[in-house]
Design a protein around this ligand. Structure first.
Ligand code: SAM
Length: 364
């Protein structure tokens, strides 16, 4: 009896202590200077943890299947390779996965393809190449930043786009190979990308408001606002379900356009300001983040949730906002700041609303 009571008391005390520590951590994390002092970021560890995760993730057959079964994606790459790789080219396929893009390049007549991947999936790429009688491909099991070759190459071929374009370290990895191993005037395929961050309304039936916005049969949750979570993940909604999106409030336009032939990662802006004039009235629920890759004239690959022919395996992300209602002609002024583009936890966003009337007065 005594021991039972002691156990209940001590486990209750321990839970209370854990809750207190949790509250202190949340309080500290809400104060950037204190957070930096108590929880310093270990860049080296973050980078190596991401590499390990990425290699493990792509070793999974299902991840490869989704990409290979994505017809717009595969058609885009097949056309890009057919149009832009010349017989005799020397090519690096960065992140070859099952070796499909290397095979396209080899069949197009590339003299040599270095097909590199840091994931276990590479062993299957090798056997697939043999089974498909693919010649001229050398498979290299390594991370691209450790790869080297004596002779510069004509083309860097890659598919390193994350749902939010930059979240699979595309810029760092492609630019590293470009600076070390691409011939002057060589080709990066694909190289031109647009990032979108569109103010959007969710489908009413699919919308999940923040808890403090809820009132369920008269039970009011607004007092919960003082408990706003501090973790960034809470403000991201990941989905590949297109029925989430009702409409964009403005006309979509890129918030950032890059060309990997000339881009330097250090020059990427960390602070974007953009506006949308509302053409479709409605509630602002968040920003849909997606990308388009362009190769030439009509050859474009899109993950946009409202784009016909979008590549379906890419999800899109919705950066959640507090509810705000907009009429046609209102202007949304958006600020998006990041510490590091590949690290979605460092993205922050906010908006200011200018009513159509105030915009009209200012324009006089
Ligand atoms: C999105 S998949 C593309 C696979 C294949 N190219 C395709 O189109 O189906 C990216 C691949 O790149 C590999 N990868 C990612 N970053 C890499 C890096 N820096 N060095 C080598 N492999 C990398 C992953 O293991 C994964 O297999």
């Amino acid at each position: 009896m005594f021991y039972q009571r002691l156990q209940v008391l001590s486990s209750g005390g321990f839970s209370a202590f854990r809750r207190l520590l949790g509250r202190i951590k949340t309080w500290v994390q809400a104060r950037p200077a204190l957070a930096a002092w108590f929880f310093p970021r270990d860049e080296g560890t973050r980078e190596s943890r991401y590499r390990e995760y990425n290699g493990w993730y792509f070793a999974n057959f299902y991840e490869q299947e989704k990409m290979l079964a994505d017809k717009p994606r595969m058609d885009f790459y097949h056309t890009a390779v057919t149009r832009h790789i010349q017989p005799g080219d020397r090519v690096i396929d960065l992140g070859t996965g099952t070796g499909i893009l290397a095979a396209f390049a080899a069949r197009r007549g590339a003299a040599k393809v270095y097909a590199i991947d840091h994931s276990e999936i590479l062993k299957h790429a090798k056997t697939l190449a043999v089974a498909n009688q693919i010649q001229n491909v050398e498979f290299v099991s390594t991370h691209s930043q450790k790869f080297s070759v004596d002779e510069a190459v004509d083309v860097i071929l890659h598919e390193q786009m994350g749902d939010c374009l930059f979240d699979e370290a595309m810029v760092a990895n492609v630019c590293d190979l470009r600076d070390r191993l691409l011939k002057p005037g060589g080709l990066i395929l694909p190289s031109r990308f647009e990032l979108y961050c569109e103010p959007m309304k969710l489908n009413d039936e699919r919308r999940v408001p923040f808890i403090w916005e809820l009132n369920v049969h008269g039970y009011d949750y607004s007092s919960m606002e003082r408990n706003r979570p501090q973790d960034s993940d809470y403000y991201h909604l990941r989905s590949s379900d297109l029925s989430f999106v009702d409409h964009f409030l403005g006309e979509p336009a890129p918030v950032l356009s890059v060309d990997l032939h000339t881009l330097r990662e250090a020059d990427m802006p960390l602070d974007l300001r953009f506006t949308r004039t509302v053409v479709n009235a409605g509630r602002l629920d968040g920003y849909a983040v997606f990308f388009r890759a362009r190769v030439d004239g009509d050859l474009c690959l899109s993950s946009g949730p409202l784009d016909a022919g979008r590549a379906p395996h890419w999800g899109f992300r919705i950066l959640r906002t507090d509810r705000d209602d907009f009429a046609v002609g209102d202007v949304i002024e958006v600020t998006l700041t990041v510490d590091r583009w590949p690290d979605l936890d460092t993205w922050r966003w906010s908006h200011v609303k200018r009513s159509a009337a105030s915009v009209a007065v200012a324009g006089r």
